[in-house]
Ligand binder design. Structure first.
Ligand SMILES: [Zn+2]
Length: 276
């Protein structure tokens, strides 16, 4: 018996991209000038793909005077399971991101309306939700409840933080319970879903908004499409679990370009919340 000789594919010629000057669109492959991209709020001018941006960028984009009175900035995770490498990974992420964990929250104004605003950052360990992320989200919800102010949570997350095991999973129940309380006071909660929002975060507060707004093309769902395909042994329809598919199937209320996100928030707050 003999085997066909494997021909190794020649590695594609790498385009030399000077660091920091150009970026490649992960959807259409277009090479883009970073400065232009930044001016365009990190949306691909060719295919409208929304690049991931940080929670700081969203603060600048969405909030009046780009101002958030941040709470609990020093709250940081422990390593309750003594999980291999968790402490080191946390430290690296904290140094890289200049934050103690993957979420920020506080009081702000959006179009003049006092609002409790919360934003996750995918750059911090994939926006994973451990005990601190869950606690801060729960405290944000509680602040909206106590101050009787509308709540906005912007999500970007791969799901629960496996390094914290059950402590991470407990956050699903905790945040959902807080939202149930908020609902009793009839205080509106607007959930903004960005690419990607999946697993434990999608299975708790991200999908519990009274109004759910999504950025275009974002991957939204519990389990990723690859795992589902392996499980059901079949192909999924095109665009499955993207914002537009979710809109069509009723899980999302509105899909809105990043350029229109702030105005959309202001409009929603004016409709659902009387202030002043
Ligand atoms: Zn593109």
């Amino acid at each position: 018996m003999w085997f066909k000789k494997k021909i190794k594919a020649k590695p594609e010629e790498k385009l030399e991209l000077p660091d920091g000057l150009w970026a490649k669109c992960e959807a259409c492959g277009e090479i883009l000038y970073r400065k232009e991209l930044e001016k365009n709020l990190w949306m691909c001018p060719k295919c409208h793909f929304h690049f991931r941006i940080s929670c700081r960028d969203y603060i600048a984009l969405l909030l009046d005077d780009a101002k958030l009175d941040e709470e609990d900035t020093d709250l940081e995770p422990l390593d309750p399971l003594d999980f291999p490498n968790y402490k080191r990974k946390l430290k690296d992420a904290q140094q890289k991101m200049h934050m103690k964990d993957a979420v920020v929250y506080g009081l702000t104004k959006i179009g003049g309306t006092p609002t409790i605003f919360t934003a996750m950052d995918f750059g911090f360990m994939g926006g994973s939700m451990g005990s601190v992320v869950g606690e801060k989200v729960a405290r944000a919800i509680r602040a909206a409840y106590e101050k009787e102010l509308p709540l906005v949570i912007l999500s970007a997350s791969g799901g629960a933080r496996m390094q914290e095991g059950i402590f991470s999973l407990m956050q699903l129940a905790k945040t959902s319970a807080e939202l149930a309380l908020l609902n009793q006071k009839r205080i509106p909660y607007i959930s903004i879903l960005t690419h990607p929002t999946t697993a434990g975060v999608m299975a708790s507060y991200a999908s519990l908004g009274d109004i759910i707004v999504a950025e275009p093309g974002a991957l939204l769902g519990f389990t990723g499409p690859r795992v589902i395909e392996q499980t059901i042994g079949g192909k999924l329809p095109p665009g499955f679990q993207r914002s537009e598919f979710m809109l069509e199937h009723g899980l999302v209320d509105i899909v809105v370009s990043r350029k229109e996100l702030r105005n959309t928030l202001i409009r929603i707050l004016n409709i659902v919340w009387k202030h002043g």
